[in-house]
Ligand binder design. Structure first.
Ligand SMILES: Cc1cc2nc3c(=O)[nH]c(=O)nc-3n(C[C@H](O)[C@H](O)[C@H](O)COP(=O)(O)O)c2cc1C
Length: 146
């Protein structure tokens, strides 16, 4: 069987979600790309623009989308990515990093915005990302995708 074409796409405000996204891409040996907001990332998602991506997500078999948890929800740049691409996206997986709470509600909101359930999801607390203490969870996540 041909290898799945997988793309990791993430927004990261302070680097934690980026670290997680890059670890996922490295493990899968796939490209990754950062969502870059035009203006303040904290703007209302309805007003916010993001820069066009270098890769076309519709050309992949799986898109893995990552975001920090902001106010128990996905960050506005990740919301905008889904709003722009919904309907043309392949199978999806979601990951997020958070300080204390909100991984579950963030995955739920990403699912609602995408209009379909992810094939895998991963939520890791910031301190665990920073200490590299997420390998078991990462393996379970990757196993569902690969
Ligand atoms: C505006 C803002 C809102 C946040 N809201 C939450 C929250 O509701 N729950 C939580 O656990 N962490 C919250 N955090 C913490 C981030 O989710 C956490 O630090 C995350 O790992 C940051 O990822 P990043 O470095 O990729 O931006 C918030 C951070 C910011 C800046």
């Amino acid at each position: 069987m041909e290898e799945k074409r997988i793309l990791v796409v993430y927004f990261s405000g302070s680097g934690v979600t980026r670290q997680l996204g890059q670890a996922i891409a490295k493990t899968l040996g796939c490209p990754s790309e950062e969502i870059v907001p035009v203006g303040k990332p904290s703007s209302d998602a309805k007003q916010l623009e993001i820069q066009p991506l270098k890769n076309d997500p519709s050309q992949f078999d799986v898109v893995i989308l990552g975001t920090p948890v902001w106010g128990m929800r996905p960050s506005p740049p990740a919301q905008v990515f889904l709003m722009r691409h919904a309907g043309r996206l392949p199978a999806l997986a979601f990951f997020c990093s958070f300080g204390l709470f909100g991984g579950g509600s963030t995955v739920k909101e990403l699912t609602r915005l995408a209009g379909k359930s992810p094939i895998a999801d991963l939520a890791v607390q910031r301190t665990r990302v920073q200490r590299g203490q997420y390998q078991d969870k990462l393996k379970q996540f990757i196993d569902k995708i690969g």
